[in-house]
Ligand binder design. Structure first.
Ligand SMILES: *Cc1c(COP(=O)(O)O)cnc(C)c1O
Length: 379
């Protein structure tokens, strides 16, 4: 069976994890944790970054930081993962879903302003497939209406918008290092990116269970105590050691994925030109990270049949998000503003192909051949 995903492995993970084990320092913010954060701060670059146990945790931390209160409204696409919403719902926010653009599957920046009410506090753009949302427009709207922008850049490490790393454009950003993402910290992990100086000190406190322990370790206070609300948002040193093994090879991983992405694109382009399938669009403003390769079928039944056909050829291709507004919790905690022109219909057409760091062309050719075979069969 050709799997849909394989977690990235560079080969030095075991060595670094062993090193962490031998250091007798397994809790968070050890040498590997600090090294990872410094790497991000230098390379993104960002004012401050904090490793978290997941992107979910980073988004929760962001929601606390921007002080979301019950009754506040947060604007986001419905075509996203549950954590984008949950983080704000946990603070009592009402989610206002806005339609997506069919070309990138990202929030339609031109529909955001009409969804703003006196209760709106934040916009959460999701960079689907590591392809940037139209951030200039989004930041302009946020500035005009005094709103925060929290980028859900879970899929977007190594992607950029007009030369700026995704996650560093809004006030706050979040990466995921789940094993299905381009870089992992051993299965689960995340990063909070802080681009607004005002949030740095409080973020450290919230992440350390509401204590000023970080300041204590830096010798800034003589004892640490409970100073604010907070939770446990530190990953262990073992996770950081795994992540460091990936960051050292960040460019190699990125280039390998881009090559694999290019292979699919080139070989499926003829089928797209015949009008049988649609391929994704990468706007000129964006350099992407090949997080995902997807195609779109004509409609839902054709997608079901294609996935079934690939399965019969031992290939695991998958669909993606069921729009949140159509889910039970989505209806309870949010509402869709305006018309759902593309969110549901486009999500029903989308097929993600097998993709991982190091996937070889023999496997990719099998996938491509099986897709062509399907379209010959149904014509
Ligand atoms: C993967 C993902 C998340 C959640 O990431 P975790 O690290 O698993 O918490 C959130 N948002 C989006 C868009 C994602 O793709």
């Amino acid at each position: 069976m050709i799997p849909f995903n394989k977690p990235p492995v560079t080969g030095v993970e075991e060595q670094y994890i062993k090193q962490a084990l031998e250091s007798n320092k397994l809790s968070g913010d050890g040498p590997f944790g600090k090294q990872c954060q410094e790497w991000f701060e230098a390379n993104l670059p960002a004012k401050k970054t904090l490793l978290t146990p997941s992107c979910t945790a980073a988004l929760e931390l962001a929601a606390i930081l921007i002080d979301i209160q019950p009754g506040d409204e947060v604007i986001m696409p419905s075509y996203t993962f549950v954590s984008t919403s949950n983080a704000f719902v946990l603070r009592g926010a009402k989610i206002v879903f806005v339609d997506i653009r069919p070309d990138t599957m990202n929030i339609d920046e031109n529909l955001i302003e009409a969804a703003i009410s006196p209760n709106t506090r934040a916009i959460v753009p999701v960079h689907y497939a590591g392809v940037a949302c139209e951030m200039d427009t989004i930041m302009d709207i946020a500035g005009l209406h005094n709103l925060y922008v929290v980028e859900d850049a879970a899929q977007a490490m190594m992607s950029s918008y007009k030369g700026r790393a995704l996650g560093t454009v809004g006030h706050l950003g979040a990466f995921s290092f789940h094993e299905t993402k381009n870089y992992t910290s051993g299965g689960e992990g995340g990063l909070l990116i802080i681009n607004d100086e005002r949030f740095v000190e409080r973020a450290e406190v919230i992440r350390e269970k509401g204590t000023n322990r970080s300041q204590f370790f830096r010798g800034m206070v003589d004892k640490y105590q409970w100073v604010d609300i907070g939770s446990s948002y530190l990953p262990s040193e073992l996770q950081a050691a795994y992540l460091w093994a990936q960051l050292e090879h960040a460019t190699e991983i990125n280039e390998s994925r881009l090559n694999a992405w290019q292979y699919y694109w080139q070989h499926l382009q003829p089928l797209a030109e015949e009008g049988r399938i649609e391929l994704s669009t990468i706007p000129d403003s964006c350099l992407h990270n090949a997080h995902m390769f997807y195609l779109k079928t004509a409609e839902l039944d054709e997608r079901t049949a294609l996935l079934q056909h690939l399965k019969s050829r031992d290939i695991l291709a998958v669909f993606h998000y069921v729009p949140l507004h159509s889910a039970k919790a989505g209806a309870a905690f949010g509402r869709f503003h305006g018309e759902d022109c593309f969110t549901t219909s486009e999500s029903e057409r989308l097929v993600r192909l097998p993709m991982w760091f190091g996937i070889d062309e023999v496997i990719q050719k099998e996938v491509v051949d099986a897709i062509y075979e399907f379209y010959v069969l149904i014509s």
